[in-house]
Ligand binder design. Structure first.
Ligand SMILES: [Mn+2]
Length: 304
């Protein structure tokens, strides 16, 4: 089955605590994301960049930074991602900071409701991104998209997508987590989020972790991957604003992507938080593209 992919650039750092993720989409284009995917026999269209408000770089208001601008960007992402899915295409959202996971995943959830599909979300990240305005130390909304998707957040964000909550927390598997704020920790526990943190990966290995994260999928499941580049160990991926030591190695990350590819169910993808201002000769963008190749089935040998 030939897969049809659409690249959607979302050049903003509106929800982040550091400037620069707005340059992420172009860095992935410079790292040849389109031609590399095409070399694997995929049909790829680059839809260019979405447009939205510029970053006013203001302090938080009532616990949220840039809420009107974050809302505008997420509405644009939501419509763009939904339109591609509606045409039977596989959207790759090139972020942009991770607040946009809200627009993307609410679109995926809406698509799944319309088509009667089950949804599984893999959230690859150093952070749980499960903050609320009461819990957040910073007000940066890139720390809140999972909570918003689960219906915890400001009205104008949680209602994007037309149903509140947009998703059930049971549909999510978080992988690679190693930094959770104090109050956020309690909320993750209360909502019973399934989290495979770095201790779990250390003890059980990436293979067993992914077997569990991918368990109980079936042919009617839409698999969405939300890949925050800070998931990776900063030694191999310095180009993000929120590096946390002790992430997956190159080999662990490859295995994670290859096991997702093996399911054959990947149907949408976010690649978020790449920050070229903090990168070294675009190596983090190249690594992200390398891992995306594995996610779309590049393997060393012909697999039996
Ligand atoms: Mn994140």
């Amino acid at each position: 089955m030939k897969r049809h992919i659409s690249l959607i650039g979302a050049p903003t750092d509106i929800g982040a605590g550091a400037r620069g993720a707005s340059m992420g989409p172009e860095a992935m284009r410079v790292a040849n994301i389109q031609s590399i995917l095409e070399s694997h026999g995929l049909e790829v269209q680059d839809r260019g960049n979405l447009v939205g408000p510029s970053n006013p770089w203001q302090p938080p208001v009532d616990g949220y930074r840039h809420l009107p601008e974050v809302t505008a960007w997420n509405l644009a992402v939501h419509e763009a991602v939904h339109a591609e899915l509606d045409q039977g295409r596989l959207p790759i959202l090139l972020g942009g900071d991770h607040c946009l996971g809200l627009g993307s995943i609410s679109a995926v959830a809406r698509h799944c409701r319309e088509k009667g599909k089950k949804l599984r979300i893999l959230w690859l990240d150093a952070h749980a991104d499960f903050n609320t305005s009461q819990l957040t130390p910073s007000g940066n909304i890139h720390g809140m998209p999972v909570a918003c998707l689960c219906g915890l957040g400001p009205q104008q964000l949680i209602e994007i997508g037309g149903q509140v909550p947009a998703i059930n927390p049971k549909w999510i598997r978080q992988i690679g987590i190693r930094s959770v704020d104090e109050g956020e920790k309690r909320l993750v526990h209360e909502q019973d989020l399934e989290v495979f943190d770095m201790r779990f990966i250390d003890e059980m290995g990436m293979r067993h972790t992914m077997e569990l994260a991918l368990a109980t999928l079936d042919a009617n499941t839409h698999l969405h991957v939300s890949f925050d580049v800070d998931f990776l160990d900063p030694d191999i991926a310095p180009g993000v604003g929120t590096t946390i030591p002790g992430g997956p190695t190159y080999r662990e990350a490859q295995l994670c992507m290859e096991m997702i590819a093996d399911t054959g169910l990947l149907a949408s993808l976010d690649v978020m938080e790449l920050n070229p201002a903090l990168d070294v000769r675009n190596k983090t963008a190249q690594l992200a593209v390398d891992l995306i190749e594995s996610l779309f089935g590049k393997s060393t040998l012909m697999r039996k």
